[in-house]
Each structure stands twice: as C-alpha cells, then as structure tokens.
Design a protein around this ligand. Sequence first.
Ligand code: PLP
Length: 399
Amino acid sequence: MKLKTPKSSFSTFFDKEIDIELSRLKKENLYRLLRTIDGPQSSKVKIKGKSFILLSSNNYLGLINHPYIKRKSADALKKYGTGSGSSRLISGNTALYDKLEKKIAAFKGCESSLVFSSGYAANVGTISALADKGDIIFSDELNHASIIDGSRLSGAKIFVYPHNDIEVLERSLKKSAKYKKRLIITDSIFSMDGDLADLPEIVRIAEKYNAILMVDDAHATGVLGKKGRGSAEYFNINGKIDVYMGTLSKAIGSVGGFICGSGKLTEYLINKSRSFIYSTGLPPAALAASLAAFEIIEKDLSFKERLWENVSFLKNGLDELGYDTMNTKTQIIPVLLKSEKRTLKAMNYLYEKGIFLPGIRPPTVPQGKSRLRATVMATHSKIDLEHVLDLFRKMKRVL
Ligand code: PLP
C-alpha cells in the first residue's frame, strides 16, 4: 500500500517557495546539478559509461590513486575498522592522529598541529574560537566561504578589504586601535582566481600593527615552494604566520583540515573550537592515507614538478588562444567568460566533447565574473592537454 504523506499548509507554502526559487535559478542560468563520477578520481573519469578528461579536481598531485597510499590506507582499515566512533575528545582519538599531527607540524615548519574533520571545519572552528565581540577581522574580499562563515560566527567586527589591496589594509589597521584583538585572514592561493596573496607585505603589516596573521594554505600545501610545503616556504616567511591552516582534501588526496602554530594555539583550540569538539573523528583509513601522502611528497618531488610543467603548458596555450586567464600564478586557471549564459554554453560544449570542467557562477563569484575554472593535475598527459587546447580553439567559434 502506498502511504500518502499528509501535507500541512506550511509545507505546501514551503514547496511553492522552493519551486519559485528553483525556476528563478534556471531562468538566470544559475541552476546547479550533481554529476556522478564512476570510479576513481584521476586525470580521466567515467560518467554514465563515457570517458572524460577531468579538469576540475583538487587532486593536484594525482595521489588519490597512488598504490602505496592506497595500501597504507587499506592496512589501517583492516587494523582499525571503518570509523573512529566518536569525537576526538571522547574516544575517537586513534593513534594515527598523533603520528599525522607530528608529520604535518614538521612538514609546515611549526611547533604543533591539530587535525579537524575538514578544511571547512578547521576555518570555521578556529576563527570563531580566536575572535570575539570587541575584536576585528581583516578579511580579503576573495577569501574562501569557510573564512567568511567562521568570521561571521565569531561575532567580531569584519572589515572586508579589496582583493590584495595592501594600502587599504594598512590604512584600516592604523585606525583600529580601539579593538581588543586584530586578526588578518587571507587565502594564500585564491581558490577561484588562482592568484597569490602578497604575503611578505601582509606579514610586514601584521608585525607593525601587532595583528594576528592567519593564512589558508588549502591549495598551496604540496604545491607551492621548493619542497611543496606551502606559501611560507615559497615566500620565505617561515615562522611568521601565527595560524597556518591547510586541508588534507586537495593535493594530499584524502580528507580533513588542519591548523598549525604554537603548542599553546592547538591546546587552546582543543578546548575552545566547537567544530573540533562536537564532531566525530576522521576514519583511520583517511588518516593513514594522509600520512602516507606526506611521506611520498617528502621523498619524491617529481609529482610537484610534473604539475608545474602542466600548469605552464595549459596556461600558455590558453593565453595564446586569447582567453582571459586573469592573474593566475598557479594550478587554478580561470577562463573568464563574464556572463552566466556564456559560461554555461562553454561548459556544455566541453562536456559534450568529453571534458569535465564545470563553470563557476554567482554566488561563488560576483555577477558578471562567471568563468570556467580549470585545475591542472600532475597526472594529465601532454596529449590530454593538447586535446583540451584544441577544443578551446574550436570553442571560440561557438561562444
Ligand atoms: N579553504 C579554501 C581556500 C578552500 O578552497 C577550501 C575547499 O574548497 C576549504 C578551505 C575547505 O576545505 P575542505 O574542502 O577540506 O573542507
């Protein structure tokens, strides 16, 4: 017998609201849908049986499918089971956490590190624990949503400075003496534009005005710097970042987020960060995968080197074709198409031809700045990337 769900007048009203909003999104080319990938994330993926070149993964070094990492992860699964069973402060703090946190702290050149269940949780839980009413946060206008959400949750005054505008940042810090604490928070690699924060200047300002500096290295860990250790290594500012955040979900190829800094900072976060305290620990297999990925990155720089060769090849090719790749300096290569309609058209054109490259539209980027956001991987072959460039050349005729 089919059961009928009784509808209250509230839910009928709610359904109508949802319908109106969804049709607005469709009309304005802002509607989103999930595409399901079958099989592992690598430079090529299968969707509904068809093969695609994947140009939108954060698996920058291609480590998700690395045999050694998979073996270490499978060993942990066998030894510890599938989950950690509770939050870390209750009984979910498996032995692998300790090893991983020591490894991350050494890799990033910090005294201590603390692993959260995601990068999102690390940012939200850390910012809201560090800042409060009476404090002020200086936040780059292109910072990631998790920084925005954490800042809002903190109750501190938020000053959003124009993207990378050091003059405005300094001028506003000068006028902020009435606040108890001052935090400057910035992405190192900006996630939608692929450009870099001017960290040496930001460090100078933070020191001059006695502000706490927090840097989100989500896209830089494993990628930037001679040994892939991130933005502090790249800019030679080791020890100058007070709160150094990163994720295990991108180049590291697993899941989780982390905060590096002093032992006092991580001790404080264990006691005060709500996203840390009130969330279940990560599965041991994920921790083991992260640990093994750091081992590989430390031993073998060839993944990073291949990534950067591919970045130059694709970026130069797109520039030569006359596409606007904005001010990117990294593996995140935006192709600015401005209108949502053009972006959707380009995305569908490429999808039909076997390239999986979703467009980025508002609210992720501002109105009129819609784009394709290509992300390069170490495992893309030259033939793959030549094929991509050939399609971009042909696409100019239809856009
Ligand atoms: N910070 C930045 C700059 C990001 O791009 C992301 C992920 O998209 C995050 C934080 C959140 O990381 P995670 O996906 O591990 O939650």
